[in-house]
Design a protein around this ligand. Structure first.
Ligand code: AP5
Ligand code: MG
Length: 218
């Protein structure tokens, strides 16, 4: 059983690595960012609240986020294990997650942190674009669609840039997340769960390093 947390600053490659992990290990991918974007698109109560934080690059309050995660982790498709992508991102959330995993009897097996230099993060986020229909992620520098202007996954021709990838928001997002990042890593280091991986490598090599950690847990 693999119950994994992927840590990493905005643009570190959490979503990219998650896709590969899901393909190989069949875990359920839980991205709080994706869940909030869906809630915003559906204009739910949580979505409207989250929007006021996300559009400025701030964090959604810990309790709101933890509640969403607990509800998601309570669903039956989590039996085969999960990847938490983008949660926790504060030590308060990490402590709330302790309670959740205990209540649901789903202990964490591993925490992987993808480490990337700030300038690389800025370059990646400014080059990222998404499919409007299915949310697949592309990059003007490193991952263009195979057929020009056509989504590899769903064939759609419409793309957009995430609101929070605009340069004025990215700066605050990085600052906010950087502040929280090292206490969070310390928290899991002390528990003996943390592995640090160089996220500057190609997606293929990053995934090989992740696999080396996860293969030991199967
Ligand atoms: P979220 O959607 O999680 O955003 P994030 O953490 O800022 O991370 P990103 O999704 O931007 O980056 P990523 O690491 O997934 O990188 P990706 O693989 O796309 O959260 C959004 C917002 O929601 C937050 O700011 C916050 O407001 C709120 N929120 C979410 N969770 C919360 C929580 N727990 N508490 C409070 N608030 C919360 O890669 C980036 C780009 O680089 C892509 O274009 C990709 O193609 C490219 N790329 C990836 N890997 C490589 C590589 N190895 N080499 C070259 N290019 C690469
Ligand atoms: Mg992501």
């Amino acid at each position: 059983m693999i119950n994994l947390i992927l840590l990493g600053l905005p643009g570190a490659g959490k979503g990219t690595a998650s896709e590969q992990i899901v393909d190989k290990y069949h875990l359920t991918h839980i991205s709080t960012g994706d869940m909030f974007r869906e809630a915003m698109a559906n204009k739910t109560k949580v979505g409207l609240e989250a929007k006021s934080y996300i559009d400025k690059g701030n964090l959604v309050p810990d309790e709101v986020t933890a509640k969403l995660v607990e509800e998601r982790l309570s669903q039956p498709d989590i039996k085969e294990g999960f990847i938490l992508d983008g949660f926790p991102r504060t030590t308060v959330q990490a402590e709330l997650l302790e309670g959740i995993t205990q209540r649901l009897n789903k202990p964490l097996t591993s925490v992987i942190s993808l480490e990337v230099k700030e300038q690389t993060l800025i370059d990646r986020l400014s080059a990222r674009f998404m499919c409007k229909k299915c949310g697949a992620t592309y990059n003007k520098i490193s991952k263009m669609p195979k057929v020009a202007n056509t989504c590899d996954r769903c064939g759609s021709h419409e793309f957009y840039q995430r609101e929070d990838d605009k340069p004025e928001v990215v700066k605050n997002r990085l600052e906010v997340n950087e502040k929280m990042n090292s206490p969070l890593k310390d928290f899991y280091e002390k528990k003996g769960l943390l592995t640090v991986i160089n996220g500057e490598q190609t997606p293929k090599k990053v995934f090989e390093d992740i696999s080396a950690v996860l293969d030991k847990q199967q």
